[in-house]
Ligand binder design. Structure first.
Ligand SMILES: O=C(O)CCC(=O)C(=O)O
Ligand SMILES: [Fe+2]
Length: 244
């Protein structure tokens, strides 16, 4: 993954056991279908958490386990280690279902994820994504860097027109299905938005690896869950990724 562009598209073959992962996420959708389709929040998360005094506790442990297993695959971990430059921890695991609608909230507006500089998102469309599905859309690291330097950006979201004056609209890249099976991207380095589903609802898995040294405080970071020990297989790799 290039360190000045800060993203890479991954082919189907580069994503371990992708079909099984998609199958698992679809099965979760089937089990929660009624709630998911009735949800008024866009996007709706298929994982829920209990708040405990010691930190978040994921409720659907058995359903999260295959996703944790996926993120612990050595090929993905080594991509993250190469890019981040250190052994990261597992950040958030988000399985989002976004209904169609025209309101623009939160991540639907252009922004960077300011929680942690050294991080890597893996974005996996569970169902095909075209322009009408509201793709994850971004400006590569080098283009984003020009804007960051120009306006000294460290905070805030943008309306499209405001941002298109700073970075060409022609430089933005929508991650539609024909570009690859997954997108690895640093959402701190790259301006981005997504989930503007207009014609088709969007079902996407967005996971992250984050630096263990940056105090990222991902609210629901997998490495902070009080019940994360249940994802361990005793290996040193898992102990590191889960902060055990
Ligand atoms: O829903 C999207 O495609 C964008 C989400 C986002 O901003 C992020 O994953 O950092
Ligand atoms: Fe973001």
């Amino acid at each position: 993954m290039s360190k000045d562009k800060d993203y890479a598209f991954l082919t189907h073959d580069q994503v371990p056991a992708l079909d099984a992962l998609k199958h698992h996420c679809e099965a979760m959708f089937e089990r929660q279908k009624e709630t998911v389709l009735a949800a008024t929040k866009a996007p709706h998360s298929l994982f829920s958490y209990n708040k405990t005094p010691d930190g978040p506790e994921v409720v659907q442990v058995d359903e999260m386990r295959p996703i944790v297993d996926f993120l612990c695959h050595p090929d993905l971990v080594s991509m993250a280690v190469d890019y981040i430059g250190e052994m990261p921890v597992l950040g958030n695991i988000c399985l989002w279902y976004s209904r169609t609608g025209s309101e623009r909230l939160g991540p639907q507006n252009i922004h960077r994820d300011m929680n942690c500089k050294r991080q890597l998102h893996v974005v996996i469309p569970i169902r095909p994504i075209d322009q009408g599905t509201g793709p994850f859309t971004f400006w590569p690291g080098d283009k984003s860097c020009e804007v960051i330097e120009k306006i000294n950006h460290f905070y805030g979201r943008f309306e499209d027109d405001e941002f298109f004056n700073l970075a060409g609209r022609d430089q933005m890249i929508p991650f539609t299905s024909e570009r690859g099976a997954a997108l690895a991207i640093n959402p701190y380095a790259c301006f981005h938005f997504g989930g503007r589903a207009e014609t088709t609802p969007r079902f996407v898995l967005i996971c992250s690896y984050t630096s263990r040294f940056e105090n990222a405080e991902e609210g629901l970071g997998t490495y902070r869950l009080v019940n994360r020990g249940r994802f361990s297989d005793g290996s040193s790799l898992r102990r590191k990724l889960l902060n055990l």
